[in-house]
Design a protein around this ligand. Sequence first.
Ligand code: SAH
Length: 240
Amino acid sequence: MTPEGEALLLAGGRALQLDLTPHLRTFAQLQAALLAGNAGMNLTSLTGERDIILKHFIDSLSCNRGGWLQGGMRVVDLGTGAGFPTFPLAITLPDLQFLAVDATRKKTDFVTRTAAALKLGNVTALASRAEMLGQQPQHRERYERVVLRAVAALPVLAELGLPLLEIGGLLIAQKGQLGEEELASGTRAAALLGAELFHVEHFELPLLGAPRSLVLMRKVGPTPAQYPRRAGVPGRQPLC
Ligand code: SAH
């Protein structure tokens, strides 16, 4: 990472009330791993340093605006891709346990290798469809938080994520610009799945000024056993 990159990362962190100084080295290693991994397979379309820092690192950290991730929580990141938001969150929140899930094994293999290289003992990766995980007793209703960034529309996210949450747990979805219609359909889907809309926050990404929204759903009762439906169905036939 160049000195300009370090300054950018620190400035983005400050805008989120985070001091990233102790983590500069790890973020630099993550950037290098991403670029090296990208040479062999298509992990991310973002390859410029400024883009990686703002659109992957700072953007991922913004999932914890409001501090909903804390203590020793068990967090599952659905559709983690090359490890986002898991890596930036796991670097800055070492006491939390992250399970990074993606349907594509080459991506979860990258996450596993990179977690080891960065010595992040709090990151585990698993190649699975979220629909399968949600029906497995060892994962269903076992997590305190589910985070999702850039995976699908809210009603789909709700069906994939809410079954994994224990009662009282929060689903945290990070979205770009969010329309009223998507919010309304997501809220209706949440009600079918044992959850309620808990909090919505609109903000601009530090330094980029791009619009983002965080949508939080809170699990208030068990999810009916038929959800999530079979792999692919939540996306093809959204609940609402
Ligand atoms: N969260 C990452 C990646 C977003 S791309 C980021 O913000 O950069 C969406 C990812 O979700 C893809 O890697 C895709 O393989 C994965 N995905 C989509 N639907 C999924 C499902 N049902 N179960 C597991 N992974 C899924």
